[in-house]
Design a protein around this ligand. Structure first.
Ligand code: GAL
Length: 418
């Protein structure tokens, strides 16, 4: 009996050890993100596969919801419970806020070893570093002042891409006459705010900076801002009756399939066109929002690394950060994502014409001083101010305020959120 027990015990122990040894991944990262659309998931797979090759296991924590609001709410709950994810997709000022709370780890060793300071633009380092230390690894640079136009709809409406507000309105009117939805849109605050970003920028880069970055009350409640809200009302007249609550990628699909003429959205929308097998110049056209040519409103997706104690977790974070910053990865990921590399030393060979334009526009704006953080995507002001702006923009877009009242409400809301 003892013999049997011994083998049985031995067998059970061996089985336990073998299960444990097979099941235990020396390095793993739990990643909270909101990349759940077709194009986003395709891009994320590039990172997952890259880490798998290095033996780092990916524990996925997707939280659906464009723009990341739901993801940030889920993150707060996890941290409050004392159980933060290893790495989190995060934007701009949210990184600063978490770093100020002392919640983020330190990536200086890998950043120094790999020379990140020399290749990441200052506009991004402003958010990747806190108190001079690297706390996040930037994956990309998206820009938000784009318009994505269905090529067949463009040709049917005269064939010339609009360069001014008046030409944009004329094109939208022509598309309406042609019987399609002129403007595909999802009625969610972050999407309304994304269009608002572009309309504010179309009034001039200096005005955008004064209003959205400096939060100057004299700019927030100004004749220019009244005109912005009048233009938002005009754009509201071109969306379809079912726009409210629509997810951004479903609006992209309306332009992809020709049901709608255009979408005003960040260049993550291009990831949806590419996933659908569409080709820039043939199936769709990418232009800067009319009146914003020469300027860029940007947002960068970064992986913020949370404080962890286990050495394996720290090693996995460093490996993930290193993978994210690898130039080969930066090209492969951004080609699919619709964004451009966060590093300035990545060649543009693999990018399509819209990607090449995005990289050229970013370099030009960086040099000209016309590169601005997107308010809608957390790169102009802290979350409390961003959310106050969201509320007024969405209320006005849905007819709760006339333009003059909206401008006054904007100044009041921002003052109250600071
Ligand atoms: C942005 C983010 C993009 C994309 C988009 C739609 O804030 O930077 O990567 O996810 O939201 O959800």
């Amino acid at each position: 009996m003892a013999f049997v027990r011994k083998i049985a015990f031995g067998g059970a122990f061996a089985a336990l050890m073998s299960t444990t040894s097979v099941g235990y991944a020396a390095e793993q990262v739990e990643v909270l993100h909101w990349w759940t659309s077709g194009g986003e998931a395709a891009a994320l797979n590039v990172l997952k596969e890259d880490l798998a090759k290095q033996g780092v296991e990916w524990l996925d924590m997707p939280v659906a919801g464009g723009g990341g609001e739901a993801a940030m709410t889920a993150l707060r709950a996890r941290v409050t419970a004392g159980n933060p994810p290893t790495a989190v997709q995060m934007l701009g000022f949210d990184i600063k806020d978490w770093a100020a709370e002392g919640a983020l780890g330190n990536l200086d060793d890998v950043a120094t070893a790999e020379g990140w300071d020399a290749v990441v633009p200052a506009a991004l380092q402003n958010f990747s570093k806190y108190d001079g230390h690297w706390v996040a690894a930037p994956v990309n640079v998206h820009s938000t002042n784009w318009v994505w136009i269905n090529k067949a709809a463009l040709d049917a409406a005269g064939g010339k891409a609009p360069e001014t507000w008046d030409e944009l309105v004329a094109m939208l009117d022509k598309m309406k006459e042609n019987g399609i939805t002129p403007l595909a849109h999802g009625g969610q605050p972050w999407q309304d705010a994304t269009i608002f970003d572009a309309v504010v920028l179309s009034m001039g880069g200096d005005f955008y900076k004064k209003a959205m970055i400096d939060l100057d009350p004299a700019a927030l409640d100004s004749p220019e801002m009244v005109e912005v809200f009048n233009r938002m009302t005009k754009l509201r007249s071109y969306v379809d009756d079912n726009f409210s609550g629509r997810d951004w990628n479903l609006a992209s699909a309306m332009v992809i399939n020709g049901e709608a003429g255009m979408q005003m959205m960040g260049d993550w929308a291009k990831g949806e066109f590419l996933k659908a097998g569409k080709v820039p110049g043939t199936d769709f056209v990418c232009i800067r929002f009319p009146g914003t040519q020469g300027s860029v409103t940007f947002n960068s997706d970064q992986f913020a690394m949370f404080n962890v104690t286990a050495e394996e977790a720290k090693a996995a974070q460093a490996k993930m950060a290193s993978s994210v910053m690898n130039p080969t990865f930066q090209s492969a990921f951004n080609v699919v994502k619709g964004s451009v590399p966060a590093r300035t030393d990545v060649p543009n060979d693999a990018f399509d014409d819209c990607g090449k334009k995005g990289m050229a526009d970013l370099a030009e704006a960086n040099t000209a001083g016309t590169l601005y953080g997107s308010m809608a995507h957390g790169h102009a002001a802290p979350a409390a101010v961003k959310n106050a702006l969201y509320d007024v923009v969405t209320a006005q877009f849905n007819g709760e305020y006339d333009a003059a009242t909206a401008a006054k409400e904007l100044a009041t809301a921002v003052a109250g959120a600071q």
